[in-house]
Design a protein around this ligand. Structure first.
Ligand code: ATP
Ligand code: MN
Ligand code: MN
Length: 309
């Protein structure tokens, strides 16, 4: 899966067998990053990104004119899919929805050529899109909150999850907050998992009300961190690890070791980016190496411990 010889020629505009159209188009202006560089990033990161996408319904953020132009989310399959990109049927209120899914590096590269910048995933996998297999606690801090307090909040979230008997894996978002991800056995419904995560958010807000709020409105945030448990509802998505973000600096969401989370070093936004994420990927991989082994069932006892019935 390493980069093929052809793409190491800076003039070549074929990447992993995919012909790149408008290779010189600027996708990011700060720093200046061309479409060819973006497609090559996807070829290089593909082996790391793929496990986070495979079998999951996706929501794609496409920016066909670059991130300075109009970007839009796409979930539904359009008539023509690039080679390597598949579709997945999920139950919907009025029958079924046909959503995008990618199970190959070829498909990842093809979508990058297609103008895709961000990859967001469901918290459930085919063939059981109705049974979530992970929890994402999305920490959304008030922009004025010092980084040290975001660090403390993430650590407190981890303590609560671990006290319940669940694992907590950490990732940057490439944005203002952090994601804490818990692998669960795919036994519960979306409604049950959402109720559980609402219970987690409420518990955090009652233990540290000066630090957390479980209420959505920005006005009630006031120097606090909104624990966005709504990432855990049916059809909701979270940005995938190793996905690029369509924001200044070409940030990338990366898995972190807990001991990399330090009040002294703010690792948000473009700290990890298109130009350094590939080199750091092996380090990121070790941070999440126990992920599959830590998958747990959400038990009745855990629901009771949070006061959720
Ligand atoms: P940040 O750290 O800046 O909050 P984030 O990725 O967590 O970065 P949020 O705004 O908190 O950004 O959104 C959380 C997730 O919700 C996103 O990763 C994305 O998957 C999903 N999301 C947000 N807005 C939309 C949207 N308009 N359409 C589809 N999905 C969205
Ligand atoms: Mn967020
Ligand atoms: Mn959010």
């Amino acid at each position: 899966l390493r980069r093929s010889g052809a793409s190491s020629d800076p003039k070549a505009n074929s990447v992993g067998g995919v012909r790149v159209t408008h290779p010189e188009r600027l996708v990011f202006s700060v720093p200046r990053i061309t479409k060819l560089e973006v497609v090559r990033y996807h070829e290089d990161i593909g082996e790391y990104l793929l496990p986070h996408l495979a079998a999951r319904p996706l929501s794609l953020l496409r920016c066909p004119q670059g991130t300075g132009g109009e970007c839009f989310f796409q979930k539904h399959v359009e008539t023509t899919l690039p080679s390597g990109v598949e579709s997945v049927e999920v139950p919907a209120s009025d029958g079924t929805d046909t959503l995008v899914m990618v199970n190959s590096v070829e498909g990842i590269v093809a979508l990058a050529q297609y103008g895709n910048v961000e990859f967001h995933t469901w918290g459930a996998r085919a063939p059981r899109p109705d049974r979530p297999d992970r929890i994402t606690m999305d920490l959304d801090p008030d922009p004025d909150l010092p980084w040290a307090q975001v660090v403390e909040a993430a650590q407190l979230t981890r303590v609560l999850l671990e006290e319940l008997g669940l694992a907590a894996f950490l990732k940057t978002t490439g944005g203002k907050g952090l994601h804490i991800v818990t692998p669960i056995k795919a036994t519960r419904s979306w409604d049950e998992v959402k109720a559980f995560t609402k219970g987690l958010a409420s518990r955090l807000a009652s233990v540290a009300p000066q630090r957390f709020t479980a209420r959505l409105s920005k006005s009630s945030r006031g120097g606090r961190i909104f624990i966005d448990y709504l990432r855990n509802g049916r059809g909701a998505t979270a940005v995938a690890s190793y996905s690029l973000r369509a924001r200044e600096g070409a940030p990338v969401s990366v898995p972190l070791h807990w001991d990399e989370l330090s009040a002294k070093k703010d690792v948000r936004a473009e700290h990890f980016n298109l130009r350094n994420a590939v080199a750091r990927a092996p380090e990121s991989e070790t941070a999440w190496q126990d992920y599959a082994a830590q998958r747990r069932t959400l038990t009745v006892k855990m629901f009771r411990a949070l006061g959720v019935d």
